[in-house]
Ligand binder design. Structure first.
Ligand code: NAP
Length: 290
């Protein structure tokens, strides 16, 4: 039995693995995809200290994974299908695995808009990750929906690929941090459609256009939805206290109400969701496992 099972190999989980292993604990990190989580799908990270020129999200996350493994943490590439919080065990296709402590670094996923045609055209022009899919649409007219940091960064990324970007935001001001917002406002290749919301995504086989709620129809080859995140906490619902959006209620010490069960990173209710705050949670949670 391992000392610590960590679910999720984003910055929170990888940092938890690093700290646990360096403290002499045996740590297993379960991950269903590649290490990095959302940060691993970010093109450029400009606000993680130590990288004055910025660093690619995948590069940063692969380095975190390597560091955790060098310290002795083990990454198991297997999807966790069930979590028994009170029993501090997880089930994968290989069966149950239990540990003395459990760190839930479950992360978050993109929020959908619920617009007509969105689900049908997802993967056919409707996307939730410009870094992943943007390169298919170089020089084309595309849309980004949202007004936060993700929307701003994705719009800049697409403009840099030569796209004409329609930034569709439901208000007339961005909520993105000032440095990002200023660049977006200055960038001529980003056309701002303020006070606008998507009513429907249209296209037979692939996205061709969007209809906005005011009736306007705009042709786009792709639409990148950046409307915030929802926590990946379905597997612990009913076992731990969650807020109304599903984020785990754990304190700054990452402790949940169950002994030996910790929540770290974006799935925990907190005010600032950044790579550095996720990593900080991982360190804090692991330090409580001693
Ligand atoms: P966010 O800050 O929650 O922004 C979501 C945006 O989507 C908001 O502008 C919101 O509009 C809009 N929105 C939400 N639901 C919508 C709907 N149904 N229809 C239309 N628009 C909708 O999300 P985020 O940008 O993904 O960022 C998530 C967290 O990660 C934040 O804490 C953010 O700071 C952080 N992050 C940081 C960085 C960075 O520091 N470089 C990069 C990416 C993400 P309103 O403004 O009207 O609410």
């Amino acid at each position: 039995m391992a000392d610590v099972i960590i679910v999720g190999a984003g910055p929170a989980g990888l940092t938890a693995g690093l700290y646990a292993a360096r403290a002499g604990l045996s740590a297993v990190i379960y991950e269903k995809e590649l290490p990095g989580g959302q940060a691993g799908r970010t093109d450029q990270v400009e606000n993680y200290p130590g990288f004055p020129q910025g660093i690619g999200g995948p590069e940063l996350c692969m380095a975190m994974a390597e560091q955790a493994q060098r310290a002795g943490a083990r990454i198991e590439y297997a999807g966790v299908e069930e979590i028994d919080c009170a029993g501090r065990r997880v089930r994968t296709a290989q069966g149950w695995d239990s540990a003395r402590q459990l760190i839930l670094a479950l992360g978050a996923r993109p929020r959908t808009l619920g617009a007509a045609g969105e689900e049908r055209l997802t993967g056919r022009g409707v996307s939730y990750c410009a870094t992943c899919d943007g390169a298919f649409y170089r020089q084309k007219q595309v849309a980004v929906i949202g007004g936060g940091n993700t929307a701003g960064e994705e719009a800049l990324y697409l403009a840099n690929l030569g796209c004409h970007v329609l930034l569709v935001h439901r208000r007339d001001a961005l909520r993105a941090e000032q440095a990002v917002a200023e660049r977006v406002l200055r960038e001529e290749r980003i056309e701002k459609l303020w006070n606008s919301e998507v009513a429907a995504f249209e296209g037979e086989r692939a996205l061709e256009a969007m209809t906005l709620k005011d009736g306007r129809r705009v042709e786009v080859a792709a639409a990148f939805v950046a409307a915030g995140r929802l926590p990946e906490t379905e597997l612990v619902r009913g076992q731990l206290r969650l807020d109304e959006q599903g984020f785990i209620l754990a304190g700054e010490d990452c402790r949940t109400e169950l002994p030996g069960v910790f929540a770290a990173g974006d799935a925990r209710r907190k005010r600032l969701r950044q790579i550095i705050t996720a990593a900080a949670d991982g360190a804090v949670a692991a330090s409580q496992c001693l």
